[in-house]
Ligand binder design. Structure first.
Ligand SMILES: O=C(O)CCC(=O)C(=O)O
Length: 277
C-alpha cells in the first residue's frame, strides 16, 4: 500500500480497526461517487433487460454480478474497499461472494436477525461483509441495522421460519431475544458501503420507497480460510497472494454475460447450495 493511500484512508476512516473491533461494524465508507454507483446500476439493469424471461440466468446474475459484469468485479477491487478490508483481515484477501440484495420498490420483503457465519461452513471467522449501496439505502428503504457489540456473542441458535417475506433462503432467524432498541441503522447513499463482522446480529426492514434498494454484499475472506468440507468454491483474489490452495481462484471476467462464466457460476451455485447449512 502506498503511503499516500494509507494517509487518505486514515483521513476518511480514522480508527476503522478500533471501531470495528468494538462495534462489529464500520459505516459509512465512501467508495465510489454517486455517478459511478449510477453507472453500476445501469449496467446491472441493462443486463436484467437483456436476460428478460430467463429466470435461471437472472438468478445467476443476482448471485454472481462480479463474474457476469466486469463493472462489479472492478467494484470488489475498489482501492478504498480493499484497503478497509485489509485493515480487518490482513493482506491476503479473496472475494467469496458479491451477491446482490435487491428490495423492489414498495416491497414488504425483510431480512430477519441473523449472523452470517452460521451457514457457510467456513472454518474460521476471518470474513467481513462489505455492503456496497448501488442505490440509496436509507431507513425507509430498508437499510441494514446492526446490534453494536453483538459479534462478541459467538454463534447463537437460529431457526428456520420459511417466511416467504424473508429474503434469506430458509427465513433463518436468531432464536434468542434481540433488543431492537439497541439497533443502529446503517443508512447509505449510493456509492457508500458498510462493513460488518460475520458474527454481528443484523437485519433489515421493508422498502417503503418508490425506488429499488440495491446492494452488493461483498464477502471478503482471508485466503487462509477454508471450507469445513474441503470443497473449493470459486473465488477471486483482490489483495496479496492466495497460495494456500483452499479455493478455486479465477481471474477477472474478460467480458459481459459470457456463456462460459454462466457455466462456472452454475457449477459454483450447486456447490454453494450444498455448503449452505
Ligand atoms: O441486504 C440486506 O438487507 C441484508 C444483507 C445481509 O444480511 C448481509 O449482507 O449479510
Amino acid at each position: 500500500m502506498t503511503t499516500q493511500l494509507k494517509k487518505k484512508l486514515s483521513e476518511t476512516m480514522p480508527q476503522l480497526g478500533e471501531i470495528y473491533a468494538q462495534q462489529g461494524f464500520f459505516s459509512p465508507v465512501s467508495a465510489i461517487s454517486e455517478t459511478e454507483a449510477k453507472e453500476l446500476r445501469q449496467d446491472y439493469e441493462a443486463a436484467e433487460r437483456e436476460l428478460h424471461g430467463d429466470t435461471d440466468r437472472l438468478a445467476l446474475l443476482k448471485a454472481y454480478p462480479n463474474r457476469l459484469l466486469p463493472s462489479f468485479d472492478a467494484a470488489t477491487r475498489n482501492r478504498t474497499l480493499v484497503t478497509a478490508a485489509q485493515e480487518i483481515l490482513g493482506e491476503n484477501i479473496l472475494v467469496w461472494s458479491a451477491a446482490l440484495f435487491i428490495k423492489e420498490a414498495d416491497s414488504t420483503k425483510i431480512v430477519s436477525w441473523h449472523q452470517d457465519l452460521t451457514y457457510w461452513q467456513l472454518n474460521d471467522i476471518k470474513e467481513v461483509t462489505c455492503w456496497l449501496a448501488v442505490s440509496s439505502a436509507r431507513k425507509e428503504a430498508g437499510c441494514m441495522k446492526f446490534i453494536p457489540g453483538s459479534h462478541k456473542d459467538k454463534i447463537v441458535p437460529h431457526n428456520d421460519t420459511f417466511d416467504e417475506n424473508n429474503m434469506l433462503s430458509r427465513g433463518q432467524e436468531i432464536s434468542v431475544e434481540v433488543d431492537e432498541n439497541k439497533a443502529v441503522h446503517a443508512e447509505l447513499d449510493p456509492g457508500q458501503a458498510s462493513f460488518h463482522h460475520g458474527l454481528l446480529f443484523h437485519s433489515s426492514g421493508p422498502n417503503k420507497t418508490e425506488d429499488r434498494r440495491i446492494g452488493s454484499a461483498i464477502r471478503y475472506i482471508s485466503a487462509t480460510m477454508k471450507q469445513e468440507t474441503g470443497d473449493r468454491p470459486m473465488v477471486t483474489q483482490v489483495s496479496g497472494h492466495s497460495d494456500f490452495g483452499h479455493f478455486k481462484v479465477v481471474p477477472p471476467p474478460t467480458g459481459r454475460l459470457l456463456e462460459e462464466e454462466f457455466e462456472l457460476c452454475r457449477l459454483d451455485n450447486e456447490l454453494k447450495k450444498k455448503l449452505l447449512l
